[in-house]
Design a protein around this ligand. Structure first.
Ligand SMILES: CC(C)(COP(=O)(O)OP(=O)(O)OC[C@H]1O[C@@H](n2cnc3c(N)ncnc32)[C@H](O)[C@@H]1OP(=O)(O)O)[C@@H](O)C(=O)NCCC(=O)NCCS
Length: 220
């Protein structure tokens, strides 16, 4: 997918998550330099993993620049989560070819979640692991390419939600304990077993499914 086409995805995210800076670019276009402290995270990793990690860090730096911030390292926590510098929150994601980042001032959001998926990788055999019985019932009446596409959006929404909540809870939500409902054009609602509910957005963009959501600051 040409780089200029992905700008529309960035604009979509920046409109959907007000105040955020969004980056969606091919991994090949995001091969900048790492800070020495970041290098330890990919020391000895396969070259594909190294390129992905360099891409997420380069995307984060580009998003920092969009927010008017100097480049800063983004280390990795024990759960794989990005450790954002003071004053910002964000989320990173990639497929085999494309990488994304959303970033915003911490005073604006408690946490952000972003996920990119390639719907061509979705398979029906994964449904029992990623969908609730109600979600499977809903998809079962749809023809095959559409059911796989919507399953990808639901899976991506849950992955974005896991990434959004992890830094706040310090633990990972479970895919089958969350339920996704489509609520309008490019919008979904995601509900947890404990009664919480959050709104998010999705975009179907060529060979890419993009989902994002944001947790408001505490007390709002
Ligand atoms: C945490 C999880 C959602 C990340 O999924 P993923 O497929 O690795 O995510 P992506 O490839 O889109 O993005 C990777 C980025 O997510 C971020 N990430 C990884 N773990 C994270 C966490 N616990 N919290 C927040 N962000 C996290 C990282 O920044 C990572 O990039 P980096 O390693 O270069 O820093 C996933 O590992 C998970 O636990 N999923 C639930 C179980 C599951 O999906 N099972 C598969 C069923 S088929």
């Amino acid at each position: 997918m040409p780089r200029k086409d992905l700008r529309a995805a960035e604009h979509f995210l920046e409109r959907a998550v007000p105040g955020c800076a969004a980056l969606v670019r091919p991994i090949a276009c995001l091969q900048g330099r790492l800070f020495p402290a970041e290098e330890k995270h990919i020391c000895g990793s396969a070259s594909k993993r190294q390129r992905e990690f360099i891409a997420t860090r380069t995307a984060a730096r580009e998003a920092m620049r969009k927010l008017g911030l100097p480049p800063q390292p983004v280390l990795k926590g024990q759960g794989g989560e990005p450790l954002w510098p003071a004053g910002i929150v964000g989320s990173l994601s990639h497929t085999d070819r494309v990488c994304g980042c959303i970033l915003a001032p911490r005073k604006r959001y408690l946490s952000l979640g972003l996920d990119l998926e390639d719907p061509r990788r979705m398979e029906e055999r994964l449904f029992p692991r990623i969908l609730t019985p109600e979600e499977r019932d809903t998809l079962s009446i749809l023809p095959r390419p559409r059911s796989l596409l919507l399953a990808t959006v639901i899976f991506s929404a849950k992955e974005a939600c896991i990434k959004c909540f992890y830094p706040v809870l310090g633990t990972s939500l479970r895919l089958r304990e969350m339920r996704v409902r489509f609520t309008g054009e490019n919008k979904f609602e995601i509900m947890g077993a404990k009664g919480w509910r959050l709104e998010g957005v999705y975009l179907l963009y060529g060979d890419l499914v993009i989902t994002a959501l944001a947790l408001p600051p505490r007390g709002k």
